[in-house]
Design a protein around this ligand. Structure first.
Ligand code: NCD
Length: 361
């Protein structure tokens, strides 16, 4: 079986195939109008979402298939205490493919370990969001033309922003990518991302305090919202919520070819006047999300029939139940699942949780 849990679950070649298929879908919409006739997508959304869920729904409808599911944990059996593992086993009997969004980090991996159909991670807590990454990559491809030798500025909530984590991971596989991290100190990129993703892959990165000082260097400016729902302390959110606001004035220093991306929803971090600038690509990005999800679902359904496409879901050297994950939002601390750990990639002797990549206690 093939799933998409982490952005790097697709090989570089498979990623190219998905992006190329999305481009073909854009050019030949009618050719794909019936290709999923009789297929069913289940959207299991335990956390609020408008765009991602509707994007999946509309993608499956444009392929001629059907969609079932729920958009709120309260309206599913979770409210009766059903585990993520059991829900996935049950839904495998009803659908050909599953898209899951969950507030617990690692939930999509638990789903994949229990499913009999492909599982797509549509966001697991603040950990990962690989289909937003495919959306971002298709947008970069269409707007900038390449993934290598680009400088990408990430601005806003780099701590909780799962879209940021996933896109940096995906870009770390290309040559000559530079990453500029623009955030308040309290919302900096998690250390595993800096040490295990950037440094291990030779990605040049720097942390800066203002967007103005780096604006002229960027090919892409990836704006994000400060995520109120992930803060434990409401006062801390109030202090940080207006940290970075992109307006027309700040954009003056940017190159003409620079593109502004944002996974949306926007709160106030980009003023509405910026929408009229041709460099604002975030609404085009939304449409790319639908096309790339069409391509992804087609590929996963095709690969589901191909034994040679089966992926190992767990890394080598996994230890079970020998430690405890330090992240209280991790599924291993919320549900009754095996606690899985792998050695840290930077060789410092520490262990990382397989579900959420946080350090073991
Ligand atoms: C993002 C998400 O859910 O992580 N949005 C999305 O998928 N379109 C970003 C966010 O919620 O801020």
């Amino acid at each position: 079986m093939r799933h998409l849990i982490d952005p790097t679950d697709l090989s570089m070649q498979e990623l190219d195939e998905v992006i190329s298929l999305a481009l073909d879908i854009i050019d030949n919409r009618e050719k794909y109008a019936e290709v999923c006739r009789g297929k069913k997508l289940a959207t299991l959304f335990y956390e609020p979402s408008t765009r991602t869920r509707l994007s999946f729904t509309s993608a499956m409808m444009e392929l001629g298939g059907n969609v079932l599911g729920f958009s709120d944990a309260k309206s599913s059996s979770v409210s009766k205490g059903e585990t993520c593992a059991d829900t996935t086993k049950v839904i495998s009997c009803f659908a050909d493919i599953i898209a899951m969004r969950h507030f617990e980090e690692g939930a999509a991996l638990v789903a994949a370990l229990n499913a009999r159909v492909p599982v797509i991670n549509a966001g697991d807590g603040s950990h990962s969001h690989p289909t937003q990454t495919l959306t971002d990559l298709l947008t970069i491809k269409r707007e900038i033309g390449r993934f290598d030798h680009i400088t990408v500025g990430f601005c806003g909530d780099l701590k909780f922003g799962r879209t940021v984590h996933s896109l940096i991971k995906a870009l770390s596989r290309y040559e000559g990518v530079k990453v500029v991290l623009i955030s308040p100190e309290q919302l900096r990129l998690p250390s595993y991302m800096k040490h295990e993703v950037c440094e291990q892959n030779g990605i040049e990165y720097k942390e800066v305090a203002t967007m103005e000082e780096v604006m002229g260097e960027l090919d892409v400016l990836y704006m994000t919202r400060v995520q109120q729902e992930r803060f434990d302390d409401p006062e801390e959110y109030e202090r940080l919520k207006d940290s970075f606001i992109l307006d027309v004035d700040k954009l003056r220093g940017a190159q003409p070819h620079m593109r502004i991306l944002h996974p949306l929803p926007r709160v106030n971090e980009i003023t509405v006047e910026v929408d009229n600038d041709p460099r604002a690509a975030y609404f085009r990005q939304v449409e790319n999300g639908k096309f790339v999800r069409m391509a992804l679902m087609l590929k996963l359904l095709e690969w589901a029939k191909d034994e040679s496409k089966t992926q190992p879901l767990l890394p080598e050297g996994v230890e079970r139940n020998t430690r405890v994950c330090s992240n209280r939002r991790c599924i291993s601390n919320m549900e009754n699942v095996d606690r899985l750990f792998r050695p840290s990639l930077n060789g410092d002797g520490s262990w990382r949780c397989v579900y959420c990549e946080s350090k073991a206690k």
